[in-house]
Design a protein around this ligand. Structure first.
Ligand code: R5P
Length: 284
């Protein structure tokens, strides 16, 4: 088995290769003068683990090209971050089911797919090959154990993230709760407390994605009003668009952390161990 990756997932791919004790394949990426993407790799003659996050159109096209270049191999695809997965329903007539479109396109040329904390596991059914999802709750728990947290409360910002929050909390035997969120617009959310006891505690807000940061900034505001001592924000996928990182820090959040499913300056823990463990499962 060898590991190969798109440009956007090089660091995670190198960690996966090191963890799995296998070779990483050299790929050169460039563009044609008209802007079209191009890549070139060597001879691929064994089972490949292809790793590539999708965060925009270029990363999607690069991944499609890489899968095509690997066509002679038996390929497992790892999608650390699957962009377009949040459009997983037709919310209005005439809309595409974007998650399905992406899943169908990626299924050609691979024999299995692994996602990481996909927004909704229902998306997995759109792949034309067996697809599984892994969770980084345990890795977040390990990261938090390295902090000196006072009476920690692990808090999910909405019901959708509540199970994930509880999984993180279980790793350290910490309390868990979630907020009730109503989305008012693309960037504005309203939150109401459920059964919070945030006063004088260190609160860790956990979510699958931080995109604009609107969800977590609103949650932090509410929690500071309730007397939270310190607030940390931890997610799996740091999309961090529109100045989200500085927006969150200026909301008083002490630390904003994400994994390396999207490689950022604040990527403080890695998906590599979980990915390798699950690839290992598939081989036993
Ligand atoms: C939504 O249900 C997701 O779990 C995240 O809460 C959401 O994507 C975060 O987006 P933003 O950072 O833009 O508020």
């Amino acid at each position: 088995m060898k590991v190969i990756s798109t440009e956007s997932s090089q660091i995670l791919a190198a960690r996966v290769a090191r963890e799995a004790k296998c070779e990483i394949v050299d790929v050169r990426f460039s563009r044609f003068p008209d802007g079209e993407l191009y890549l070139r790799t060597g001879t691929l003659d064994e089972e490949m683990v292809i790793i590539g996050s999708i965060s925009d159109s270029d990363t999607l096209v690069q991944l499609l090209l890489l899968i095509d270049a690997c066509e002679k191999s038996e390929n497992q695809l790892v999608l650390p971050y699957m962009g377009y997965a949040r459009q997983d329903k037709q919310f209005n007539p005439g809309e595409p089911l974007s998650a399905r479109a992406i899943a169908r396109a990626l299924s050609a040329g691979v024999s299995g797919v692994m996602t990481v904390n996909i927004h909704d596991e229902g998306v997995l059914r759109h792949f034309g090959v067996p697809a599984t999802n892994i969770s980084l709750a345990g890795e977040i728990g390990q990261y938090l154990k390295g902090k000196d947290l006072l009476n920690p409360l692990i808090l999910a910002p909405d019901e959708g993230a509540a199970t994930f929050g509880r999984m993180v909390a279980e790793t350290g035997g910490w309390d868990a709760d979630h907020l009730c969120k109503t989305r008012i617009s693309g960037e504005e959310v309203r939150m109401e407390p459920r059964s919070l006891k945030a006063d004088s505690r260190d609160v860790v807000i956990v979510d699958d994605i931080i995109s604009t940061g609107g969800t977590l900034a609103t949650a932090a505001h509410l929690l500071f009003e309730q007397g939270a001592r310190t607030i940390y924000a931890i997610c799996v996928h740091g999309v961090l668009t529109g100045g989200a990182y500085t927006h969150l820090l200026s909301s008083g959040i002490r630390e904003v952390v994400c994994s390396d499913t999207l490689e950022r300056g604040c990527s403080r823990y890695s998906a590599a161990r979980e990915i390798v463990a699950r690839i290992g499962d598939a081989h036993t």
